[in-house]
Design a protein around this ligand. Structure first.
Ligand code: DGY
Length: 426
């Protein structure tokens, strides 16, 4: 078993291996470009040993922000035949090609965390001050483009936006997306990773149908929300947005931007209040909402637990800690991305069961803020056990701890650096 310092050293090596100078790839081969939330979370790891590099990671991401405020989920910095769908499928017309959808907006949280801990406060103030209005513009874009009815919660319009691509949460709503008429394509992901760990071919056809639909509308975000047959309100995604808004508000106060602070705080408060509409007493957790039908989705996944990343009421956080305790009875490694006792659970297949370190970290962070320290210690020590057993994998079977998906994974390594540095019980 590697010592904690050896583990931290190995994690740093993974970040260096995947560093392309001004951005990191999530892993060689499977994901050869810059991904949005991967970059934000990876920057937290970089900040422990190279603060300037951490800021550059986020600066690079925001250099590709769209004029309407959206920050795309992939930046195709250089050509690479090994990935599908590449820029020729997205056709977003950018000078440096990007995808046309977004991803969980965790950057506000990451920037505040890096700023708070910065040794070089001059550099941190400079970089955070420049990023502040850009991150704020992205948050405002969300409420404009993905919450046109002003409910306080935003919808995702493509499963890839959630980051939880093939979650059971999407299955029913996804049936409304046609499978026919999609241009023939060859998947590349299954030549880099075990197909049993990846989404199915039928899901891929629907992913691409949505891309083709949005492309046909010229990637005009004033149209995409209402035009999409897939519109789902994910409590985990919204919690990330709400947390980033509150963190940005605190940062804006300190950096002398009261207007950004007030607006951010208002968005967060409205979101927290609206989150209550997603609570399920029957499941003891939050659920997704199918916005097209206006009904909750009966699927006990990790999205409803990740809600704790935002400042939800204390009794809800306590109930979610109890919910995780119940999940711990049916798996050896927390936190499974889907309830292991539910019929659609699949411990190997991406977001239909496996545990992910980045989600563990965000859940633990929320639980810590809510004072639920026992569950924090359990989650953190499970993270370390997973690394000891299976290395820096993309995700892990929560029953056996077996490594799944890509290897030498950047954000897994970044979380290890962060957890070892900041959590005593790890
Ligand atoms: C993929 O290609 O698997 C990604 O998750 C989409 O962003």
């Amino acid at each position: 078993m590697a010592s904690k310092s050896e583990m931290a050293h190995q994690a740093k090596e993974v970040l260096r291996l995947n560093d392309r100078g001004t951005y990191t790839v999530p892993t060689h081969g499977l994901y050869p470009f810059q991904w949005n939330w991967d970059s934000a979370l990876s920057a937290i790891g970089f900040a422990h040993f190279d603060e300037a590099r951490a800021w550059t990671e986020i600066d690079t991401l925001f250099a590709h922000q769209w004029e309407d405020g959206m920050v795309p989920h992939i930046i195709f910095h250089q050509p690479d035949e090994g990935y599908f769908p590449g820029p020729e499928v997205w056709q977003t017309g950018r000078d440096v090609p990007t995808s046309g959808i977004t991803q969980p907006p965790v950057t506000g949280f990451a920037v505040r965390r890096i700023f708070d801990r910065a040794q070089d406060k001059t550099l941190a103030t400079l970089r955070a001050t420049a990023l502040l209005p850009k991150i704020h513009a992205w948050h405002q874009w969300f409420f404009r483009a993905r919450d046109p009815q002003e409910t306080g919660l935003v919808a995702i319009i493509h499963p890839w936006e959630s980051g939880r691509d093939n979650s059971v949460d999407w299955d029913r709503a996804f049936e409304r997306v046609p499978i026919e008429g999609v241009a023939p394509f060859t998947r590349r992901d299954t030549s880099h990773a075990n197909p049993a760990h990846r989404p199915t071919d039928a899901q891929y056809k629907r992913y691409i149908w949505l891309v083709e639909k949005f492309r046909s509308l010229g990637w005009d975000n004033t149209q995409l929300h209402d035009a999409s047959p897939f519109r789902v309100v994910d409590p985990g995604f919204n919690a990330i947005l709400i947390r980033s808004c509150s963190d940005l508000a605190d940062l804006a106060d300190r950096l002398g931007e009261p207007e950004i602070a007030d607006q951010s705080r208002a968005m967060a408060a409205k979101g927290i209040a609206a989150m209550e509409t997603l609570w399920s007493d029957a499941h003891g957790q939050y659920l997704c909402e199918d916005r097209t039908l206006g009904t909750l989705i009966d699927s006990p996944s990790i999205g409803g637990i990740l809600a704790t990343f935002a400042a939800i009421p204390a009794d809800r956080a306590k109930a979610l800690a109890q919910r995780i305790d119940i999940l711990a009875k049916s798996c050896d490694f927390l936190v499974p991305s889907h309830d292991p006792t539910a019929p659609d659970f699949d411990g190997l297949r991406y977001w239909r069961g496996p545990a992910w370190l980045i989600v563990n970290y965000m859940i633990a962070d929320g639980m810590k803020q809510a004072g639920q320290t026992a569950i924090v210690d359990k989650i953190m020590s499970d993270c370390v056990r997973l690394i000891e057993k299976s290395g820096f994998a993309e995700y892990y079977d929560p029953t056996t701890g077996a490594p799944c998906g890509g290897t030498q994974f950047t954000w897994t390594a970044a979380m290890v650096i962060e957890i070892l540095q900041t959590h005593e019980a790890a």
